[in-house]
Structure formats: structure tokens, C-alpha cells
Design a protein around this ligand. Sequence first.
Ligand code: UDP
Ligand code: MG
Length: 319
Amino acid sequence: MNQQKVSVIVPAHNEELNIPTLISALADTFRTLDYDYEIILIDDGSSDNTLSVLIDQSKIYENVFYIELSKNFGKDNALKVGIDLSHGDCVITMDADLQHPPSLIPQMLSLWQQGFDTVYTYRTNDNPHAKKSQKKTSRLFYKIINFLSDIELEDGIADFRLLDNKVVSQIKNVTEYAVFLRGLIKWVGFKQIGIPYTPAKRHLGEASYSFYSLIKLAINGIMSFSVKPLYLATGIGLFFSVLAVFYIPYVLISYFSGYSVSGWASLLATIVFFGGLQLMVLGIIGMYLGKLFMQAKQRPNYIVRSSNLVNINHDLVKF
Ligand code: UDP
Ligand code: MG
């Protein structure tokens, strides 16, 4: 048999209730397709029984594998370890909570057969399960990231995608700190195509992302792909310096005409305003410096505690 192999990679954080349903949904999908496939599930430091569910499932199905991370490393790193250890002809990444419909997989595979290297998905605007405020913040995030960085991300682009081997081997080579996969995959190029999808409702359990972690993710997404905020900071600084040059004659005239004390309020306002501005600019520079600091340490993006993947090699897993 010369079937092509698909590696399905699923990060899971507290998903004990969803894993068996996901595996059987994938089995149903692949039954109708002429592909060999494996499912690699990554336990991203869950505090529930996700790991034991994964181990049980890997004993039932010979094409189900698990990777246990030593703690919670976040979804992108969990996806990265799965990609790094996969060896299919293509990789499909998807969420464990069945929000990414497996019924889309046949279409993704057929686009891959037509020669596309990356088939990514983006949420349609009429997503019935998202709150209005969620949709608004999501749209705002993509607007900001597209404005500030050099890559173009579709509104609502998801971590549900198919990657050809060529793309996968490029991603494997990337060892940057705090990977932002959605951006990175756009950045590597190759032949890409996006298809819209309507996300399903989360099957069971609760979403892991808090508002704070989403903000962190957004800042990381922007900073991984752009130094524009630094230019912006310089621009703002320059603008106000020029403004200050025009302000000096006013100060001098007030002084010589004896009205200098009346400027107290405006002086205070100026100090507070510029103080805030300076702190903001320093903050931006500091965040980039922090990223450099973390990168310079060359720590691995993830640490594997255990796995039933035969090709596991701890030296390879760490960068
Ligand atoms: N996830 C993970 N590590 C985390 C947070 C989430 O592996 O630290 C997984 C989670 O199990 C799910 C996917 O990432 O498979 C998406 O997470 P979630 O459903 O919580 O987020 P949302 O649907 O809001 O994007
Ligand atoms: Mg979800």
C-alpha cells in the first residue's frame, strides 16, 4: 500500500471530556477517505484527567499517540511539539473541543492534492456562538496586527489548518522564543489558500483562555512580527519635540511680559503628559528587550515528560 499519511495534531488542556468524541469523529471522517492517518494529542499541563484519557485512547487505537508536556506551555508551543514530532506527508492541526469541524478535512485534503502547501481556515463573520463583544475584540486584534506588522492575517484566522511536508520542515527549523504560529505560517510563504468555516460550539468543558492570556497572546503576536511599534514610538517622540520647539518662544514671551506664574497648570499638564508618554515608549522598548533577553537564554519552547511516540528523542526535542 502506498497511501499518504496525515498527522492530525491536537493540543489539549483540560479536555478529558472531549478527547474520545474527537477521536471517533476523526475516525468517521477518515473512514470515507483514502489516507493513512495518525492522531498526535498533546497534553499541555492539564490539571484534570486528560493525560490518562490520552493514554487509554492510545492503547485502544494503534494510530493514536500522546505527548505529555512537563507543564503548561501554551497552545502554540503544544502545537509546535506536535509538528516537530510528526512524520506524515501533511499535518492537520485542530482544537480538541470540536469547534473545528472534522467535516472540513476532506475539502482541505483535496485542496492539498490540487497543489496547495498550506490550507488555513478563518471564521466566518456570522459565527453564531461568539458574543458580539468577542467578535469586536477579535476584529480589533487583527486590524492592529495587520497595521503594525508586515504580514497580513485574515480576520478570524484559526489554528485549524493543513500543512504540507515542505512547510512543516520549515516550521521545525524555527527555534524562536514564543512562537506565534498563525503569523509564522503566513510568513514562511509557499502556496497558501484560506477557506471559511463556521465554528461549532465547544463540545464540553470550558475554554482555557482568559482575557489576560488573550491580551498576552495579542501583544506577542504583534511583537513577533514587527518592530513598527518602535518606529511609532520614535515618531511620537519626534512630533512632540518639534511641538516643544514652538512652545519655547511662548514661554519666553510670557516670562518677559511678567505672566510666568499663570502657566502653572499648563506646566503640570505638560509634565504629566510627557511623563506618561515617556513611560509608554520605555515600556515598548522594554518589551522588545525582554523578548531579546528570553531569546538569548535559548531555553526550549517546551519540555516533554513522556510520550508513546516511538521516535521520541529528548535531545531532539529541546533546542
Ligand atoms: N489549549 C492548550 N493549551 C492552553 C490553552 C488551550 O493546549 O494553554 C488548547 C485547548 O485544549 C483547545 C485549544 O487549545 O484544544 C483551544 O483552546 P480553547 O478552546 O480554550 O480556546 P478558544 O476556543 O477560545 O480559542
Ligand atoms: Mg475552543
